[in-house]
Design a protein around this ligand. Structure first.
Ligand code: ADP
Ligand code: MG
Length: 662
């Protein structure tokens, strides 16, 4: 007689206590030294009352669990020496499990449930599908191939699970109370099927508490309280096995077995097929729970959309600042304002100072100005506005480009104290509407002025467009009644020499005044401050966007952890059918990344929509491809990062523990 396929020696199993998954609970030994040989092709029933340790023994036989003590040789190979991947190979190539509770994956239809073991064996999709369809037909289920488990009766589900057990050959069928949940008729059908398989050469190990069911096997091993108490002799069946072992995989020749295993463990589907499989299965799992998937998506969508929208707004703000800065004429201006001297007395600046400053090197213009509120009357329109009293240099100093009508103030107006004004475009609109403005008279604080020009709209906006401009000489004497300039605006030729020019201005004025009773307002400082403010604003926005992405990521992690908990049994089933740890990890990681990527795409779209709405609202918004790629990349990374932990947790589950899970 050849050596046994399965050889148990002194197998003990202890639950709880040191080194167990539920360590800390009191240790209980439920198998007390089992010795058992089973040859290829045998049809054995393990019989015993409930709680006698049958399922525990079956889990050990099927490599779902490890014994606490004793040796288990399969085809002459000590199981204890096998790695996790090798055990997974053994489960999918050598064993086929049939459980009392069927253990089908709820989100897959019958056809796909049957295919699961072949997926992990790396069989191509078409080959898999053909074989699964053949098996279902053989078991009379071809009409039910597209049904999900909840649409099938118990008997049908059990037949699907038998088809699954046969998918990779099912050389050793391990059936734990396969008829326990079935009505008499379905039970009979399932038993007939198992007998047929045994006749066809499969090794069938049937677990039952029912002597009548056990009686249909060719050998009955009785178990009580973790011990074998009776074993009907393994008689003639070994001879029968001898001529039908063709179906048995594992030749008991240890060397050949090891070679096959090494080959099988190394063999896998192509990288691409694996990825395709993972995406397909992730898609099915995600669409099985649409509402929850949608909620998870929402977190990512909000995160990505806010990154896109906030970055676009930030970019827009920055750009419009740059534009404003450009309008300042590269900021090559300084202003002189009256200040307080060392004795605390308020100083004044004069037109003479402006005259002096024109002599300073690198100063192109120096212009006294007075700014103040005035009352205007033109016809029956009364208006209160800001008046700017200055000279014709203003055009060059402020970078105003052109006149809409008439001419600007000039040297002659200044000299002659002319009562003429130039209107900003908004002021003109308010005073005259569509009517003629040039040549009209306007009362400025009750002094009549004649309109000689209208400035075209400027980049300054209302700050300039909503004002009236009068010659400095006329303004200071007749409108404001104040000979002293409010500011002297100075324009430089060369921005690069700003610092030395400012120093020269300082020196010149101190020499003239005999003391420092003025301030030099440097435009570049204002620019610097504004730039700083915008930068901080952008930083804030980036922070907010980053936080929303992290929140989205935590959402993904939360959902994935829940999914792992909820689908613990599915993980157990997949492991029982031969999934490696990395298969499980890849599946959950793919789900997380897929949610994130879909969320990323939707987020980009919504971010663009928000941006478009803001543009319609008049907010400066600039989209950048870089921001979109960044947000999208962040979403994918979020999925990977936050999906990793749950996926790992799923992969590390113990097959029996997972199978027992809810
Ligand atoms: P059977 O399948 O024969 O009904 P089991 O193998 O399921 O029996 O259980 C045998 C004994 O082991 C029972 O007393 C049961 O309470 C105990 N047992 C089974 N699984 C566990 C476990 N995970 N932790 C602790 N005790 C367990
Ligand atoms: Mg049991």
């Amino acid at each position: 007689m050849n050596s046994p396929l399965i050889e148990l020696r002194g197998i003990r199993k202890r639950y709880g206590g040191e080194g167990d998954t539920n360590a800390g609970e009191p240790s209980v030994e439920v198998l007390h030294g089992i010795d058992l040989d089973i040859h290829a092709g045998e049809f054995v029933a393990l019989m015993g009352v409930s709680g006698s340790g049958k399922s525990t023994l079956m889990h050990i036989l099927g490599c779902l669990d490890r014994a606490s003590a004793g040796t288990y040789r399969f085809a002459g190979q000590d199981i204890a020496s096998l790695s996790a991947d090798e055990l997974a190979w053994l489960r999918r190539e050598a064993f086929g499990f049939v459980f009392q509770g069927y253990h089908l994956i709820p989100s897959l239809d019958a056809l796909h449930n049957v295919q699961v073991p072949a997926v992990y064996a790396g069989v191509s999709a078409t080959e898999r599908e053909t074989r699964a369809a053949q098996l279902l037909e053989r078991l009379g289920l071809d009409e039910r191939a597209g049904h999900r488990p909840h649409q099938l009766s118990g008997g049908q589900q059990q037949r699907v699970s038998i088809a699954r057990a046969l998918m990779n050959g099912g050389h050793v069928i391990l059936a734990d109370e396969p008829t326990g949940a079935l009505d008499t008729q379905s039970g009979k059908e399932v038993m007939a099927l198992l007998r047929e398989l045994a006749d066809a050469g499969h090794t069938v190990i049937l677990i039952t508490h029912d002597p009548q069911v056990a009686g249909q096997a060719r050998r009955v091993v009785s178990i009580s309280d973790g011990r074998i108490i009776r074993d009907t002799a393994p008689e003639a069946e070994s001879e029968q096995a001898a001529d039908t072992v063709s179906a048995a995989p594992a030749s008991p020749d240890a060397g050949a077995f090891m070679a096959r295993m090494a080959q099988g463990v190394a063999h896998g589907a192509s990288w691409l097929a694996d990825a395709g499989e993972a995406v397909g299965s992730a898609w099915r799992a995600l669409s099985a729970n649409r509402f929850r998937t949608l909620l998870t998506l929402l977190g990512i969508v909000i995160g990505v959309a806010s990154v896109i929208a906030l970055m676009a707004v930030g970019q827009g703000a920055n750009e419009s600042l740059m534009e404003k800065l450009a309008a300042f004429g590269n900021a090559n201006r300084v202003a002189i304002a009256p200040g307080t001297d060392s004795r605390g007395l308020r100083g004044v600046i004069t037109e003479a100072d402006a005259q002096l400053l024109r002599e300073v090197p690198n100063v192109s213009h120096a212009m006294p100005t007075i700014v103040g509120p005035v009352l205007l009357r033109a016809g029956d329109v009364d208006l209160s506005l800001t008046a700017l009293a200055f000279t014709g240099d203003a055009m060059a100093i402020y970078n105003w480009e052109e006149m809409a009508e008439g001419i600007f103030l000039d040297e002659r107006h200044e000299r002659e104290l002319a009562t003429v004004i130039v209107l900003g475009s908004m002021a003109r609109e308010k005073l005259f509407g569509a009517g003629e403005a040039l040549g009209q008279y306007v009362l400025v604080n009750n002094v009549p002025f004649q309109v000689i020009g209208v400035l075209a709209p400027t980049r300054d906006g209302p700050e300039t467009d909503n004002t009236v401009m009068i010659p400095f000489s006329t303004g200071s004497r007749r409108v404001f009644g104040n000979p002293y300039p409010w500011r002297i605006q100075v324009r430089l030729d060369d921005l690069e020499r700003m610092r030395e020019t400012v120093a020269a201005i300082d020196q010149t004025l101190q020499k003239a005044h005999g003391l420092k009773d003025f301030n030099i307002l440097d435009q570049s400082k204002r620019v610097q401050a504004q730039r700083e403010a915008t930068r901080q604003q952008s930083l804030m926005m980036a922070l907010i966007a980053g936080i929303s992405l992290v929140v989205g990521g935590i959402g993904v992690m939360n959902i994935m952890l829940m999914a792992v908990k909820e689908r613990t049994r599915e993980i157990g089933i997949r492991m029982a059918t031969g999934a490696r740890q990395r298969d499980i990890q890849r599946q959950f990681l793919t789900e997380a990344v897929m949610v994130s990527l879909v969320g990323g795409v939707a987020g980009v779209a919504i971010g663009l929509l928000i941006g478009a709405a803001l543009i319609a609202w008049g907010v400066a918004v600039i989209f950048s491809i870089r921001a979109m790629l960044l947000a999208f990349g962040c979403a994918a990374a979020t999925g990977l990062l936050f999906g990793f932990m749950p996926a790992r947790q799923a992969a590390k589950l113990d097959p029996v523990v997972a199978l027992a899970g809810e």
